[in-house]
Design a protein around this ligand. Structure first.
Ligand code: DNO
Length: 390
C-alpha cells in the first residue's frame, strides 16, 4: 500500500514539508484553480509535479479531474468537454501521472450539516444530521417533495429545530452543506441552489446512468491507450440527496459501473467512509467483490445513527471493520504482485480526520486537518504492518 496524503496545493494551509513529517510518500492533488471543463495544460501539470518531486514525494493520484455538470446532466454540445477531458488525461499521462479519481455525483460532492461537531475530549468532526438536512430541505429550500424522503419523527424534529434556529444557525447550516468541494467550484445561496436543482428536473436514475455511460464511452478508450486508470469515487452520503439521483452508492451500483465499460482503465476509488455511511453497505464485502478494479483507497470510518445521521469516527473506530477491509486490500495487492505487476501497490490516503489539538487554532480545510489525519495514517500503518507480518 502506498501511504498518500491529499494536498490542495497553494490553497492548502498545510505545507509539503509538514506532510513529509507524516511519513507519507505519495501526494494526491489536483489543479484546483482550473475551472471545471477546461484543459489542464501540460506545463502547469509539470510545474506542480516538479514541486511535489522536489519535496521528496510522488504525485500518485489526481483527485479530482472533475466531470463538468453539463456532462452529468447531458446538456448541450458535449464534444468540446469530452475532448478537453481526454486532453487533460493525455497531458497528465505525458507527465507520468496515471491514476485519476473523479465522481459522478450530481451538483453536490460530499455533504455534511455540521463541520465542527464535538467529539468527547475537545476535538471536532464532520457530521451529517438527518434532522438538520430535513430542516434545510423542507424549511429553508422549500423543496416540498423532501417531506416524502424523511420519516414523520425526523420531520417533526426538523420543524422544531427550524423554529428555534437563529439566522446565524441557518446560515451556518447552508455553509456546511455547501462546503463539500474545496477548490475552484460554485457555491450556491438558496436561490442559486434552487435554480441549480431546477436544471436537474427530469434527470432520474436512468437518465443519469445514460449520461454516465456516455462519459465512460468517451473517455475510457483514451485512458486505455494512455495506460491510465480512472477510478470513480462513491457518492457521499451514498443515497439520493436533495431529490437528486445518486448512482454510485452501493455494491450493485459499483457492479453497474464496472460492467458499463469492462476495462482495467475503468475502476473504483474504494472510499470506506462514503460507502460506510449506509447500513446496507458491508464495506469489506464490497471491496472484496470489486477488488480487481480498486485503483485507489480512501480509508476512513463513520458511526451511524438509526435515523440516517452519521459522523466521522476515528479511523479504527466507527462501524466499518477497518482491519477486515485492509486485509482485503492487502490480499488484492498480493494477487497483483504474484501476477508480476510492477504497479501492484495500491495508493491509499487516511481520509479526513478529527480536528484536534493545535489544529484547532489553524484555519484548515474542513475534514483535512494535519494531526487528525496523521493519527489516522499512523493507526492504519500499524494495521497494515501487523497484517503484512502475518
Ligand atoms: C471528500 C472527498 C471527495 C472526493 C471527490 C472525488 O473529502 O473524498 O470530495 O475528492 O468526490 O471526485
Amino acid at each position: 500500500m502506498i501511504e498518500s496524503w491529499r494536498w490542495y496545493g497553494d490553497l492548502d494551509p498545510i505545507t509539503l514539508s509538514e506532510i513529509a513529517q507524516t511519513g507519507a510518500r505519495g501526494i494526491v492533488t489536483a489543479l484546483h484553480e482550473i475551472p471545471y471543463g477546461e484543459v489542464w495544460p501540460s506545463d502547469t501539470i509539470a510545474a506542480r509535479k516538479a514541486r511535489i518531486n522536489e519535496a521528496g514525494f510522488d504525485w500518485v493520484v489526481v483527485e479530482s479531474l472533475p466531470v463538468h455538470e453539463h456532462i452529468k446532466r447531458g446538456t448541450g454540445d458535449l464534444t468540446g468537454l469530452f475532448a478537453n477531458y481526454r486532453q487533460s488525461m493525455a497531458n497528465l499521462a505525458a507527465n507520468g501521472v496515471h491514476t485519476i479519481c473523479y465522481n459522478f455525483m450530481p451538483l453536490l460532492d460530499w455533504t455534511r450539516t455540521d463541520l465542527t461537531a464535538p467529539v468527547p475530549g475537545g476535538a471536532t468532526c464532520l457530521r451529517f444530521e438527518a434532522v438538520r438536512m430535513a430542516a434545510f430541505e423542507v424549511h429553508m429550500l422549500g423543496r416540498q417533495a423532501a417531506e416524502d424522503d424523511y420519516p414523520p419523527e425526523v420531520l417533526a424534529k426538523a420543524a422544531a429545530w427550524f423554529q428555534q434556529a437563529s439566522e446565524a444557525d441557518r446560515e451556518a447550516l447552508l455553509a456546511s452543506i455547501m462546503a463539500g468541494m474545496p477548490g475552484a467550484f460554485d457555491r450556491y445561496d438558496i436561490k442559486g441552489l434552487r435554480s441549480a436543482l431546477e436544471a436537474y428536473s427530469g434527470i432520474d436514475r436512468d437518465v443519469l446512468r445514460g449520461n454516465y455511460q456516455r462519459f465512460l464511452d468517451e473517455v475510457v478508450p483514451t485512458a486505455e491507450e494512455l495506460g491510465m486508470r480512472l477510478c470513480v469515487h462513491p457518492d457521499d452520503p451514498p443515497r439520493d440527496i436533495l431529490g437528486l439521483p445518486r448512482i454510485v452508492s452501493n455494491g450493485d451500483d459499483l457492479d453497474w459501473v464496472l460492467g458499463a465499460y469492462d476495462s482495467e482503465a475503468n475502476g473504483i476509488t474504494l472510499c470506506s467512509g462514503s460507502l460506510g455511511a449506509n447500513p446496507i453497505n458491508d464495506v469489506p464485502a464490497i471491496a472484496a467483490r470489486v477488488a480487481e478494479r480498486i485503483h485507489f483507497a480512501h480509508l476512513r470510518n463513520v458511526a451511524k445513527d438509526p435515523d440516517g445521521s452519521f459522523e466521522e469516527a476515528a479511523h479504527l473506530e466507527g462501524d466499518t471493520d477497518m482491519v477486515a477491509l485492509t486485509r482485503v486490500l492487502l490480499k488484492e495487492e498480493a494477487r497483483r504482485r504474484d501476477a508480476g505487476r510492477s504497479d501492484h501497490a495500491i495508493p491509499f490516503r487516511p481520509d479526513h480526520g478529527h480536528h484536534m489539538l493545535s489544529d484547532l487554532d489553524r484555519d484548515l480545510i474542513p475534514g483535512y486537518p494535519l494531526i487528525g489525519r496523521l493519527r489516522g495514517l499512523a493507526e492504519l500503518r500499524g494495521v497494515i504492518s501487523a497484517l503484512s507480518h502475518g
